[in-house]
Design a protein around this ligand. Structure first.
Ligand code: NAD
Length: 441
């Protein structure tokens, strides 16, 4: 078993750390955020992910995981240090590597024995080379430090399951020593391993995320055309999904992708291409489609109503997808300000994202409108003039079509996630708008 340190306890770092501990390694999770570290020490997960808190508590009780802000004690004698800090988007679309650089410097100044540094964060191609050189430039002790790429593919909402049962582990290194070390660390997971160069590993991550983002934008583009020509995107997707070359995942049309990865990774790859004198036209088009798609419901609703001013607007779902409390790049963040600017009186429901949203939009007046948070959907719907569905939480899916009719002042629903059958909503007397669908019945 290995002594592992993890830099950064976000979705990637904490979940990886907990899963390494679960597989028997000795793990120390490091974060600069003292508040976060104290929360974790008390056995509570600072993020919402299924099964995470239970595994944190189990492995903490069994002595395999600890949390600290003291990076020196964690890095000095680790066999491997995994970097899982953020690489957020900068205004020009490029990835911000300052958090990575800080960790690299901290490692260089503290390691006291040979160690492998593993970059899990999503970084532009060539970054691992630079991180290795940077560490060597600042290394204080006479020890061997190598850097390997091991990009992460977990999806928020299913992060623990995705890590324990990953489809593959990518190991990016040209060093036999580094490859053997990573294989040893992943051995107890019993997963398929793909060994490639560092640059190929970095590109695998970007190419995978960009491909998935493009798949979503493509389906949204086709959905918009379906609406115009009388086809139904869900039937179209179903028909496509039986083709093994296409597969049945990421075919759902809606109001665009969000989250911390697809938006920034598409822009970072486009930027990287531009830097290298190449125009990545496919990705560029995908980004543009996604941008338009996010406010599709607002545009549809604006052409249906004279004004939002003074209307009670029910907003169901705030997070970028179900199963997470993450709001990064969520469609709600674009639509809510538009509605508030028009004087809407918003009643918002989200089972876990409420707190994070409230930090950005505290309850009360904003612009010409106001926002109120409710703990149950009924309070959002009662007497509402219009309802927007932004996230397909199971709580939202369980609202019956008749509930909209019975609770709302005007049963007018704009569904960005195609939750309902059009015929069911019609039968219940709900005026229903969704994405890319036409009903022939
Ligand atoms: P995050 O923003 O949730 O967490 C990053 C953490 O790093 C924060 O807790 C921050 O306090 C901490 N940190 C910053 N500087 C530090 C330092 N010097 N030492 C220790 N901790 C420090 O990030 P995330 O969503 O987990 O993403 C991390 C990386 O993984 C990104 O590159 C992202 O693109 C990639 N990734 C994310 C996902 C995902 O679903 N979130 C999936 C695959 C890959």
């Amino acid at each position: 078993m290995c002594k592992i340190a993890i830099a950064g306890t976000g979705y990637v770092g904490l979940v990886s750390g907990v899963c390494f501990a679960e597989k028997g390694h000795q793990v120390t999770c490091v974060d600069t955020d003292e508040n976060k570290v104290n929360i974790m020490k008390s056995g509570v997960s600072p993020i919402y992910e299924a099964d995470l808190e239970e595994l944190m508590q189990k492995n903490y009780a069994e002595g395999r995981i600890s949390y600290t802000t003291d990076y020196k004690s964690a890095y000095k004698d680790a066999d491997a240090i995994f970097i899982g800090v953020g690489t957020p988007e900068q205004p020009d679309g490029s990835a911000n590597l300052t958090y990575i650089a800080t960790v690299a410097r901290q490692i260089a100044e503290t390691v006291m024995r040979d160690c492998l540094v593993v970059v899990k964060s999503t970084v532009p191609i060539g970054t691992n080379d630079k991180v290795e050189q940077f560490i060597k430039d600042f290394l204080i002790n006479d020890v061997k430090v190598e850097v390997a790429s091991n990009p992460e593919f977990l999806a928020q909402g299913t992060a623990v399951r995705d890590t324990l049962h990953a489809a593959r582990v990518i190991i990016g290194t040209d060093s036999k020593w580094a490859e053997d070390m990573l294989k040893k660390i992943y051995e107890p997971f019993n997963l398929p391993i793909v060994s490639v160069s560092r640059r190929s590993a970095e590109m695998i991550k970007y190419a995978s995320n960009n491909f998935l983002a493009l798949k979503i934008s493509y389906m949204n583009d086709i959905a918009n055309l379906c609406e115009l020509v009388g086809a139904d995107i869900q039937d179209v997707a179903k028909g496509m999904s039986f083709d093994e070359r296409i597969g049945n995942k990421f075919l759902s049309a809606g109001i665009g992708y969000g989250g911390s990865c697809f938006p920034k990774d598409t822009k970072a790859l486009e930027y990287l291409a531009k830097q290298n004198g190449y125009e990545l036209r496919t990705v560029k088009a995908g980004i543009a489609v996604n941008k338009e798609q996010k406010t599709l419901l607002y545009k549809k609703a604006s052409s249906r109503l004279i004004t939002f001013n003074g209307l009670k607007v029910a907003v169901l779902g705030l997070t970028f997808k179900p199963g997470t409390d993450d709001l990064r790049e969520a469609p709600s963040l674009e639509n809510v300000p538009l509605l508030l600017a028009q004087g809407a009186n918003i009643y918002a429901f989200d089972p876990v994202g409420k707190k994070n949203f409230e930090d950005r939009f505290p309850e009360g007046k904003h612009d010409k409108g106001r926002i109120t948070y409710v703990d149950n959907i009924k309070d959002a719907l009662i007497d509402a003039n219009i309802c927007f569905i932004f996230t397909e939480w199971s709580e939202v899916k369980s609202v019956a079509p008749e509930d909209y009719k019975n609770l709302m002042r005007t049963p007018l629903v704009f569904d960005g996630r195609n939750i309902y059958e059009i015929k069911d909503m019609r039968k219940a007397g709900v005026e229903y708008y969704s994405v890319g669908r036409n009903y022939h019945g």
